[in-house]
Design a protein around this ligand. Structure first.
Ligand code: MEV
Length: 322
């Protein structure tokens, strides 16, 4: 893990700060729960966990300050209880909207585990951190693929093949515009609904998941060639398939079509769906270009546009004086 230390020796006045990124899916959400391939990318929105030894355990976030509390802070409570560590104070600050499909829970889990790993010298490697994070997401949610925690730990644009270690692809270099519906989406509930549909129509659902797997497969060389126009076309197909498995909504599609009509290469739901966000790939890499028009169109369609970029940076830790 990348480590930056300030050089100060007095441990009593030190905190450990660790941050980890959120992510977008280009292809493969939901299908990945059924063992299919997915492509996801870390983005430059991050969650930070600040940790210090304390006389009692506290967790502070936008939701308030609690002790171990599975109603308010289920993920962070589980992180603490999964490790054999003394009392600690943890503060969470996040740029990632919660329950939006951008991997806010995975980023909080990986930032917290990363900070605790460093603070208490637990010796976890990146791989161990991603595995521990995945186990925590599974404990809290019931079902979780390794995608969010792998991407949040490693950063970059990644091909996820469940059961096989994730492989790094060329970073997405074009602009990314996210459209937030600002409607909360429960991953657990959406994954449960898809499971019910899969139990009713296994043949239909399996062929959709196989098609999504194929999108991920043929997306890899397109990403390597930076052919974002073709990647966008495949994203549009994936959006239709996500709609078909019941995780779309009128507002998600409104934002998707607004982004496409404003010139995006492609746009689709990202994450569990239901509410949450869409993601659009857009020409250009800096200010201006297609991103301004796409962001305005998303805002005009009733969403909240977030302009972002893919990021190579995974988990980052720092020890500092308080
Ligand atoms: C949620 O961000 C993505 C899903 O595929 C669930 C998962 O991968 O754990 C719906």
């Amino acid at each position: 893990m990348a480590e930056e230390t300030s050089g100060y020796e007095n441990e009593a006045n030190m905190t450990t700060t660790c941050s980890a990124p959120g992510k977008i899916y280009l292809f493969g959400e939901h299908a990945v729960v059924y063992g299919k391939r997915a492509i996801a990318s870390a983005i430059n929105l991050r969650t930070t966990a600040t940790v210090a030894e304390s006389d009692r355990t506290t967790i502070s976030s936008l939701l308030g300050t609690t002790g171990i509390d599975y109603a308010v802070h289920p993920y962070i409570s589980r992180c603490i209880e999964s490790l054999n560590i003394p009392a600690v104070s943890i503060k969470i600050d996040s740029e990632i909207p919660v329950g939006s499909g951008l991997g806010s829970s995975a980023a909080a889990v990986i930032a917290t585990l990363g900070a605790l790993n460093f603070e208490f010298d637990l010796g976890m490697t990146h791989t161990a951190l991603a595995q521990a994070g995945h186990a925590i997401e599974q404990d809290v949610q019931g079902t979780a693929s390794p995608t969010d925690t792998a991407v949040s730990t490693m950063g970059g644009t990644m091909l996820i093949t469940p059961g096989v270690s994730a492989s790094r692809l060329r970073l997405i270099e074009c602009s990314i515009v996210i459209g937030d519906t600002e409607e909360f989406s429960s991953t657990k509930e959406l994954v449960g609904n898809v499971r019910i549909l899969h139990e009713s129509y296994p043949g239909v659902m399996d062929s959709i998941f196989d098609t999504i797997d194929h999108l991920s497969e043929i997306g890899v060389p397109l990403i390597e060639r930076r052919d974002y126009r073709s990647v966008g076309e495949l994203m549009n197909i994936d959006h239709g398939l996500l709609d078909a498995i019941g995780v779309g909504s009128a507002k998600l599609s409104r934002l998707v079509y607004a982004a496409r009509d404003a010139g995006a290469y492609g746009a689709k739901i990202t994450g569990a769906g239901g509410g949450g966000c869409i993601v659009a790939l857009v020409s250009g890499s800096g200010v201006g270009g297609g991103a301004d028009a796409v962001a305005s169109a998303i805002n005009d369609a009733g969403g909240r546009a977030i302009r972002t970029k893919a990021s190579e940076d995974g988990v980052r830790v720092r020890k500092q004086v308080i």
